[in-house]
Write a protein that binds this ligand. Structure first.
Ligand code: ZN
Length: 383
């Protein structure tokens, strides 16, 4: 990243130097290196934008995963609430059984105490009140029956209580498992959120990088255009010096072809894609698209000088730009072939290229841009 940046800065510096030295020493020569540099920068921009859109996809995917985790977490929390309510009610039942058990135990104790207190008396009474041995046995077994029934009641309550306690134990184990699952879910969500923040950082970085390259391209273009203007002025000065004031063509702009300021259409047709943000592609369309069959003549929008001709397989394809003076230039892209060369003067309406579908294009059309001081503007304001 740093190396790329340094390299870019180096190239810009070289270019500025080239621009300056060309103006001073070799007026009239447009360095091909300028066009190459801009082309390379534009390729870089394309790369960064591709990375950006891929990162955006990642962000979308992670966000969806986070949303799913949040739903999962919500469901777990609902289960935990449910489980807590169950534990609570089981606890109340256990308490109830405990109270019952206490009461029953007390009953038995009271009875036992009575038997014990009246103990021997009671026993003697039983003996005395029994007329014979079989009656005595029957009376004694009656007392034993009462005792046994009390014991049975207690043991049944104890059994119920044990059952409830085992249910309680199971519920608590389940709750523990749910709590562990919740913790797991929270952690998974947290790590997804961390992942997203890394992606967002990357996205911001690409955004900044794309902006920087865009600015560098714009200033490189502006520098070339400034060079063109300086060259034109130099030629005009030389012409004026050579011809004196004998010729009517010795206007300040002679030596290069200046435009009228009013642009004409490069091709006839309807616009399929306007200037501006395109939600469908998620990009900014820097010109207008006019679909025409391959081989349709493309006309200069105004008189001027051919500023750049180039080949950009991942962008404009076969393209050229024309400088019209006053900081205004036009660009014609996706051509099948060019009819002019760099530095050539052209008149308004002259055929400068033949349309096609080269570069990033889905069908034959003329992509037309208008630039003011190197920055694209809406062509409709000039046509
Ligand atoms: Zn276009």
């Amino acid at each position: 990243m740093v190396n790329t940046k340094n390299w870019k800065r180096f190239m810009i510096a070289i270019m500025c130097f080239t621009v300056a030295s060309t103006v001073m020493v070799y007026p009239g020569v447009i360095k091909n290196a300028d066009a190459v540099t801009i082309q390379e920068q534009k390729n870089q921009l394309k790369d960064v934008n591709e990375k950006k859109s891929k990162t955006k996809e990642q962000e979308k995917e992670v966000t969806q995963r986070i949303m799913k985790k949040a739903q999962e977490l919500e469901a777990i929390e609902a289960s935990i609430r449910d489980q807590s309510a169950k534990i609570q009610s089981t606890h109340q039942e256990i308490d109830k059984k405990e109270a019952e058990l206490k009461k029953k135990t007390e009953n038995l104790e009271v009875r036992l105490r009575t038997i014990y207190k009246k103990g021997s008396v009671g026993f003697v009474e039983v003996i005395l009140n029994s007329n014979n041995v079989s009656e005595l046995i029957s009376n004694m077994s009656f007392m034993q029956k009462i005792y046994r029934s009390d014991k049975a009641a207690i043991s049944s309550v104890k059994k119920d209580q044990a059952k409830l306690e085992s249910i309680q134990h199971r519920l608590k184990e389940e709750e523990k498992a749910l709590t562990a699952k919740k913790q797991e879910s929270i952690e998974a969500k947290k790590s997804l959120e961390e992942e997203r923040s890394v992606i967002e950082k990357k996205l911001k970085q690409y955004q900044a990088e794309a902006e920087q390259i865009g600015n560098e391209i714009a200033s490189a273009q502006a520098a070339i255009e400034a060079k063109m203007q300086a060259e034109a002025a130099e030629r005009a000065r030389q012409n004026a010096a050579g011809q004196g004031n004998s010729s009517t063509s010795a206007a300040p702009n002679s030596g290069y072809t200046a435009g009228t300021g009013q642009l004409g259409w490069p091709v006839r047709g309807s616009i399929s894609s306007t200037y501006g943000y395109r939600p469908m592609f998620g990009d900014f369309h820097t010109g207008i698209d006019i679909p025409v069959p391959t081989g349709t003549p493309v006309h200069a929008a105004d008189s001027g000088t051919v500023l750049l001709t180039g080949w950009m397989p991942r962008g404009y394809g076969n393209y050229l730009t024309i400088y019209h003076g006053n900081g205004i230039s036009t660009l014609y892209a996706h051509n099948s072939s060019l009819a002019v060369s760099q530095g050539q003067s052209v008149s308004k309406g002259q055929v400068v290229a033949y349309s096609g579908s080269t570069g990033w294009s889905t069908g034959p059309h003329c992509h037309f841009e208008v630039r003011v001081n190197g920055r694209h503007v809406n062509p409709m304001g000039y046509l």
